[in-house]
Design a protein around this ligand. Structure first.
Ligand code: AVI
Length: 319
Protein backbone atom coordinates (compact mmCIF):
# COMPACT_ATOMS: atom_id res chain seq x y z
CA UNK A 1 0.00 0.00 0.00
CA UNK A 2 1.44 3.38 -0.89
CA UNK A 3 1.15 6.14 1.72
CA UNK A 4 -1.13 8.07 -0.63
CA UNK A 5 -4.12 5.73 -0.16
CA UNK A 6 -5.75 5.17 3.25
CA UNK A 7 -6.79 1.52 3.30
CA UNK A 8 -9.72 0.25 5.41
CA UNK A 9 -10.12 -3.50 5.68
CA UNK A 10 -13.88 -4.02 6.07
CA UNK A 11 -14.22 -7.56 4.81
CA UNK A 12 -15.91 -9.65 7.46
CA UNK A 13 -14.71 -13.19 6.85
CA UNK A 14 -12.00 -14.42 4.51
CA UNK A 15 -13.55 -13.83 1.07
CA UNK A 16 -12.97 -17.51 0.21
CA UNK A 17 -14.91 -18.58 3.31
CA UNK A 18 -17.92 -16.44 2.42
CA UNK A 19 -17.83 -17.73 -1.14
CA UNK A 20 -17.65 -21.37 0.01
CA UNK A 21 -20.57 -20.96 2.43
CA UNK A 22 -22.69 -19.15 -0.15
CA UNK A 23 -21.96 -21.75 -2.84
CA UNK A 24 -22.89 -24.66 -0.56
CA UNK A 25 -26.01 -22.87 0.58
CA UNK A 26 -26.95 -21.78 -2.96
CA UNK A 27 -26.44 -25.23 -4.51
CA UNK A 28 -28.51 -26.85 -1.77
CA UNK A 29 -31.38 -24.37 -2.25
CA UNK A 30 -34.42 -24.97 -4.43
CA UNK A 31 -34.27 -23.34 -6.90
CA UNK A 32 -30.47 -23.13 -6.93
CA UNK A 33 -29.17 -19.54 -6.71
CA UNK A 34 -26.01 -17.60 -5.94
CA UNK A 35 -25.49 -13.89 -5.19
CA UNK A 36 -24.10 -11.86 -8.13
CA UNK A 37 -21.52 -10.32 -5.81
CA UNK A 38 -19.44 -13.47 -6.35
CA UNK A 39 -18.86 -12.57 -10.01
CA UNK A 40 -16.21 -10.07 -9.01
CA UNK A 41 -12.93 -11.84 -8.41
CA UNK A 42 -10.03 -10.28 -10.35
CA UNK A 43 -10.93 -12.14 -13.57
CA UNK A 44 -14.65 -11.40 -13.15
CA UNK A 45 -13.92 -7.71 -12.62
CA UNK A 46 -11.85 -7.64 -15.80
CA UNK A 47 -14.60 -9.44 -17.71
CA UNK A 48 -17.14 -6.95 -16.40
CA UNK A 49 -14.97 -4.09 -17.71
CA UNK A 50 -14.95 -5.86 -21.09
CA UNK A 51 -18.77 -6.23 -20.97
CA UNK A 52 -19.04 -2.46 -20.52
CA UNK A 53 -17.23 -1.99 -23.85
CA UNK A 54 -19.47 -4.38 -25.83
CA UNK A 55 -21.63 -2.69 -28.48
CA UNK A 56 -24.82 -4.36 -27.17
CA UNK A 57 -24.23 -3.23 -23.57
CA UNK A 58 -25.67 0.28 -23.91
CA UNK A 59 -25.73 0.95 -20.14
CA UNK A 60 -22.17 2.16 -19.58
CA UNK A 61 -21.75 4.47 -22.53
CA UNK A 62 -25.27 5.88 -22.12
CA UNK A 63 -24.69 6.65 -18.46
CA UNK A 64 -21.30 8.18 -19.28
CA UNK A 65 -22.99 10.45 -21.85
CA UNK A 66 -25.60 11.54 -19.30
CA UNK A 67 -22.96 12.26 -16.68
CA UNK A 68 -20.80 14.21 -19.14
CA UNK A 69 -23.73 16.42 -20.09
CA UNK A 70 -24.92 16.94 -16.50
CA UNK A 71 -21.63 17.20 -14.62
CA UNK A 72 -21.68 20.97 -14.11
CA UNK A 73 -25.26 20.86 -12.88
CA UNK A 74 -24.32 18.03 -10.51
CA UNK A 75 -21.35 20.02 -9.19
CA UNK A 76 -23.61 23.01 -8.53
CA UNK A 77 -26.16 20.84 -6.69
CA UNK A 78 -23.60 19.02 -4.55
CA UNK A 79 -21.27 21.91 -3.72
CA UNK A 80 -17.58 21.79 -2.79
CA UNK A 81 -15.71 20.11 0.09
CA UNK A 82 -17.71 16.91 0.12
CA UNK A 83 -16.65 13.35 0.61
CA UNK A 84 -17.36 11.39 -2.56
CA UNK A 85 -18.14 7.75 -1.72
CA UNK A 86 -18.10 5.41 -4.72
CA UNK A 87 -19.91 2.12 -4.16
CA UNK A 88 -18.56 -0.79 -6.18
CA UNK A 89 -15.79 1.45 -7.45
CA UNK A 90 -14.22 -1.17 -9.77
CA UNK A 91 -12.01 0.60 -12.30
CA UNK A 92 -13.13 4.05 -11.01
CA UNK A 93 -13.39 5.36 -14.55
CA UNK A 94 -16.76 7.12 -14.46
CA UNK A 95 -15.91 8.93 -11.26
CA UNK A 96 -13.00 10.83 -12.79
CA UNK A 97 -15.16 13.38 -14.58
CA UNK A 98 -17.09 13.93 -11.34
CA UNK A 99 -13.90 14.37 -9.32
CA UNK A 100 -12.64 16.96 -11.77
CA UNK A 101 -15.89 18.95 -11.73
CA UNK A 102 -16.81 18.56 -8.04
CA UNK A 103 -13.34 18.85 -6.56
CA UNK A 104 -14.37 17.00 -3.39
CA UNK A 105 -11.96 17.08 -0.45
CA UNK A 106 -12.06 13.29 0.09
CA UNK A 107 -12.78 10.18 -1.96
CA UNK A 108 -13.72 6.76 -0.57
CA UNK A 109 -13.88 3.81 -2.97
CA UNK A 110 -15.68 0.70 -1.68
CA UNK A 111 -15.24 -2.59 -3.50
CA UNK A 112 -15.31 -6.33 -2.88
CA UNK A 113 -12.37 -7.00 -5.23
CA UNK A 114 -9.28 -6.08 -3.20
CA UNK A 115 -6.70 -6.02 -5.98
CA UNK A 116 -8.90 -4.05 -8.32
CA UNK A 117 -9.70 -1.56 -5.56
CA UNK A 118 -6.04 -1.07 -4.69
CA UNK A 119 -4.99 -0.57 -8.28
CA UNK A 120 -7.71 1.92 -9.11
CA UNK A 121 -7.44 3.99 -5.91
CA UNK A 122 -3.65 4.16 -6.31
CA UNK A 123 -4.16 5.51 -9.79
CA UNK A 124 -6.64 8.12 -8.50
CA UNK A 125 -4.23 9.19 -5.77
CA UNK A 126 -1.43 9.57 -8.33
CA UNK A 127 -3.59 11.48 -10.81
CA UNK A 128 -5.30 13.79 -8.26
CA UNK A 129 -2.68 14.80 -5.67
CA UNK A 130 -5.11 17.37 -4.17
CA UNK A 131 -7.54 14.58 -3.19
CA UNK A 132 -7.39 12.53 0.04
CA UNK A 133 -8.03 9.00 -1.25
CA UNK A 134 -9.47 6.19 0.90
CA UNK A 135 -10.14 2.58 -0.08
CA UNK A 136 -12.55 0.32 1.86
CA UNK A 137 -12.29 -3.35 0.97
CA UNK A 138 -15.64 -4.92 1.73
CA UNK A 139 -19.09 -5.91 0.61
CA UNK A 140 -21.17 -2.74 0.39
CA UNK A 141 -24.33 -4.79 -0.15
CA UNK A 142 -24.09 -5.81 3.50
CA UNK A 143 -24.18 -2.09 4.46
CA UNK A 144 -21.86 0.86 3.99
CA UNK A 145 -19.63 1.58 6.98
CA UNK A 146 -17.93 4.95 7.20
CA UNK A 147 -14.33 4.67 8.38
CA UNK A 148 -14.14 6.59 11.71
CA UNK A 149 -11.66 9.11 10.27
CA UNK A 150 -14.28 10.14 7.68
CA UNK A 151 -17.35 10.21 9.94
CA UNK A 152 -19.15 13.55 9.95
CA UNK A 153 -18.10 14.65 6.44
CA UNK A 154 -21.08 15.65 4.32
CA UNK A 155 -21.02 13.03 1.61
CA UNK A 156 -22.29 12.23 -1.82
CA UNK A 157 -22.57 8.53 -2.57
CA UNK A 158 -22.00 7.66 -6.22
CA UNK A 159 -23.65 4.39 -7.20
CA UNK A 160 -23.38 4.15 -11.00
CA UNK A 161 -24.00 1.48 -13.59
CA UNK A 162 -27.48 0.46 -12.40
CA UNK A 163 -25.88 -1.80 -9.81
CA UNK A 164 -28.99 -1.03 -7.73
CA UNK A 165 -30.75 -3.27 -10.28
CA UNK A 166 -28.82 -6.26 -8.96
CA UNK A 167 -30.96 -6.06 -5.83
CA UNK A 168 -34.64 -6.98 -5.90
CA UNK A 169 -36.82 -3.86 -5.45
CA UNK A 170 -37.41 -4.76 -1.78
CA UNK A 171 -33.65 -5.20 -1.24
CA UNK A 172 -32.96 -1.95 -3.12
CA UNK A 173 -35.32 -0.05 -0.85
CA UNK A 174 -33.74 -1.55 2.28
CA UNK A 175 -30.26 -0.82 0.90
CA UNK A 176 -31.05 2.86 0.19
CA UNK A 177 -32.63 3.28 3.56
CA UNK A 178 -29.55 1.79 5.29
CA UNK A 179 -27.29 3.97 3.14
CA UNK A 180 -29.23 7.08 4.22
CA UNK A 181 -28.69 6.17 7.86
CA UNK A 182 -24.96 5.45 7.29
CA UNK A 183 -24.24 8.85 5.70
CA UNK A 184 -24.25 12.12 7.67
CA UNK A 185 -27.55 14.10 7.46
CA UNK A 186 -27.80 16.23 4.34
CA UNK A 187 -25.78 13.81 2.21
CA UNK A 188 -26.96 12.94 -1.31
CA UNK A 189 -26.82 9.96 -3.64
CA UNK A 190 -26.05 10.08 -7.36
CA UNK A 191 -27.36 6.82 -8.75
CA UNK A 192 -27.61 5.29 -12.22
CA UNK A 193 -30.76 3.29 -12.95
CA UNK A 194 -31.47 1.34 -16.12
CA UNK A 195 -34.96 1.80 -17.56
CA UNK A 196 -37.52 -0.69 -18.89
CA UNK A 197 -37.40 -0.97 -22.67
CA UNK A 198 -38.07 -3.43 -25.50
CA UNK A 199 -37.19 -7.04 -24.66
CA UNK A 200 -34.87 -7.41 -27.70
CA UNK A 201 -32.71 -4.50 -26.66
CA UNK A 202 -32.51 -5.72 -23.06
CA UNK A 203 -31.74 -9.33 -23.91
CA UNK A 204 -29.09 -8.36 -26.50
CA UNK A 205 -27.23 -6.40 -23.80
CA UNK A 206 -26.86 -9.58 -21.73
CA UNK A 207 -26.12 -11.92 -24.66
CA UNK A 208 -23.34 -10.06 -26.49
CA UNK A 209 -22.17 -11.64 -29.71
CA UNK A 210 -18.54 -11.83 -28.52
CA UNK A 211 -19.60 -14.07 -25.62
CA UNK A 212 -18.09 -11.87 -22.90
CA UNK A 213 -21.21 -11.98 -20.69
CA UNK A 214 -21.30 -15.76 -21.10
CA UNK A 215 -17.65 -15.96 -19.96
CA UNK A 216 -18.46 -13.67 -17.01
CA UNK A 217 -21.33 -15.95 -15.96
CA UNK A 218 -19.30 -19.16 -16.44
CA UNK A 219 -16.42 -17.65 -14.46
CA UNK A 220 -18.46 -18.42 -11.34
CA UNK A 221 -17.95 -22.14 -12.04
CA UNK A 222 -14.26 -21.55 -12.66
CA UNK A 223 -14.03 -19.75 -9.32
CA UNK A 224 -15.69 -22.74 -7.63
CA UNK A 225 -13.10 -25.03 -9.18
CA UNK A 226 -10.07 -22.82 -8.67
CA UNK A 227 -10.77 -21.43 -5.20
CA UNK A 228 -12.90 -24.12 -3.60
CA UNK A 229 -11.63 -27.24 -5.32
CA UNK A 230 -15.14 -28.05 -6.59
CA UNK A 231 -15.51 -30.78 -9.21
CA UNK A 232 -17.49 -29.11 -11.95
CA UNK A 233 -17.57 -29.60 -15.70
CA UNK A 234 -17.55 -26.11 -17.26
CA UNK A 235 -18.63 -27.29 -20.71
CA UNK A 236 -21.70 -28.92 -19.20
CA UNK A 237 -23.27 -25.54 -18.39
CA UNK A 238 -24.55 -22.81 -20.70
CA UNK A 239 -25.14 -19.09 -20.18
CA UNK A 240 -28.75 -17.87 -20.32
CA UNK A 241 -30.06 -14.32 -19.93
CA UNK A 242 -33.79 -13.59 -20.38
CA UNK A 243 -36.10 -10.72 -19.51
CA UNK A 244 -38.67 -11.69 -16.89
CA UNK A 245 -41.34 -9.15 -17.72
CA UNK A 246 -43.45 -9.74 -14.62
CA UNK A 247 -40.49 -9.05 -12.33
CA UNK A 248 -39.03 -6.39 -14.70
CA UNK A 249 -35.61 -8.05 -14.42
CA UNK A 250 -33.07 -9.63 -16.70
CA UNK A 251 -32.40 -12.99 -15.09
CA UNK A 252 -29.05 -14.69 -15.67
CA UNK A 253 -28.74 -18.42 -15.18
CA UNK A 254 -26.21 -21.20 -15.71
CA UNK A 255 -28.19 -23.95 -17.39
CA UNK A 256 -27.21 -27.59 -17.04
CA UNK A 257 -26.80 -29.17 -20.48
CA UNK A 258 -27.14 -32.68 -19.02
CA UNK A 259 -27.88 -34.66 -15.84
CA UNK A 260 -24.81 -34.12 -13.74
CA UNK A 261 -23.52 -33.04 -10.35
CA UNK A 262 -21.16 -30.49 -8.81
CA UNK A 263 -19.14 -31.99 -5.97
CA UNK A 264 -17.82 -29.76 -3.22
CA UNK A 265 -16.39 -30.69 0.19
CA UNK A 266 -17.64 -34.26 -0.27
CA UNK A 267 -21.20 -33.09 -0.97
CA UNK A 268 -22.85 -33.87 -4.28
CA UNK A 269 -25.26 -31.29 -5.75
CA UNK A 270 -27.28 -32.94 -8.52
CA UNK A 271 -28.56 -31.05 -11.57
CA UNK A 272 -31.31 -32.32 -13.85
CA UNK A 273 -31.03 -31.65 -17.60
CA UNK A 274 -32.12 -28.01 -18.07
CA UNK A 275 -31.99 -27.21 -14.35
CA UNK A 276 -30.42 -23.83 -13.63
CA UNK A 277 -28.30 -22.01 -11.11
CA UNK A 278 -29.78 -18.48 -10.95
CA UNK A 279 -26.79 -16.13 -10.84
CA UNK A 280 -28.17 -12.60 -11.24
CA UNK A 281 -31.20 -10.32 -11.39
CA UNK A 282 -30.74 -7.04 -13.18
CA UNK A 283 -33.94 -5.11 -12.51
CA UNK A 284 -35.14 -2.42 -14.88
CA UNK A 285 -37.32 0.43 -13.63
CA UNK A 286 -39.90 2.90 -14.85
CA UNK A 287 -38.83 6.37 -13.75
CA UNK A 288 -41.77 6.93 -11.43
CA UNK A 289 -41.41 3.47 -9.87
CA UNK A 290 -37.80 4.13 -8.96
CA UNK A 291 -38.63 7.56 -7.54
CA UNK A 292 -41.39 5.99 -5.42
CA UNK A 293 -38.95 3.34 -4.18
CA UNK A 294 -36.39 6.02 -3.24
CA UNK A 295 -39.12 8.01 -1.45
CA UNK A 296 -40.01 4.95 0.64
CA UNK A 297 -36.32 4.80 1.63
CA UNK A 298 -36.54 8.43 2.81
CA UNK A 299 -35.05 10.19 -0.22
CA UNK A 300 -36.62 12.91 -2.33
CA UNK A 301 -35.67 13.44 -5.94
CA UNK A 302 -33.31 16.41 -6.31
CA UNK A 303 -32.87 15.99 -10.07
CA UNK A 304 -33.05 13.34 -12.77
CA UNK A 305 -31.30 13.20 -16.13
CA UNK A 306 -32.00 10.89 -19.10
CA UNK A 307 -30.36 10.31 -22.49
CA UNK A 308 -32.36 11.36 -25.54
CA UNK A 309 -33.69 7.82 -26.15
CA UNK A 310 -34.70 7.40 -22.48
CA UNK A 311 -32.64 4.22 -22.19
CA UNK A 312 -31.06 5.08 -18.83
CA UNK A 313 -31.53 7.51 -15.94
CA UNK A 314 -29.26 9.21 -13.43
CA UNK A 315 -30.91 10.44 -10.23
CA UNK A 316 -29.67 12.85 -7.60
CA UNK A 317 -31.43 11.83 -4.40
CA UNK A 318 -31.43 14.09 -1.38
CA UNK A 319 -31.92 13.29 2.26
C1 AVI B 1 -22.99 -4.51 -12.34
N1 AVI B 1 -24.32 -4.72 -12.93
C2 AVI B 1 -25.08 -3.46 -12.91
C3 AVI B 1 -24.31 -5.34 -14.25
C4 AVI B 1 -25.76 -5.46 -14.78
O1 AVI B 1 -25.99 -5.01 -15.91
O2 AVI B 1 -26.61 -5.95 -14.06
C5 AVI B 1 -23.68 -6.71 -14.18
C6 AVI B 1 -23.80 -7.45 -15.46
N2 AVI B 1 -24.26 -8.66 -15.57
C7 AVI B 1 -24.23 -9.04 -16.83
N3 AVI B 1 -23.79 -8.03 -17.55
C8 AVI B 1 -23.49 -7.04 -16.71
Amino acid sequence: MTAAVHFHDQHVEGAGGAFRDDVIHGLAAAPKALSPKHFYDARGSRLFEAICAQPEYYLTRTEEGILAAAVDEIAALVGPDTLLVELGSGASRKVRRLLEALRPSHYLGVDISRDFLLQSTRRLAADYPWLEVHAAWGDYSAGVRMPPSLAGHRAMAFFPGSSIGNFTPAEAEAFLSRLRRALPPGSGVLIGVDLVKARDRLEAAYNDAAGVTAAFNLNLLERMRRELGAEVELGAFAHRAVFNEAASCIEMHLVSRERQAITLDGQRFAFELGETLHTENSCKYRLEDFQALAARAGYRSGAVWLDDQALFSVHYLVD
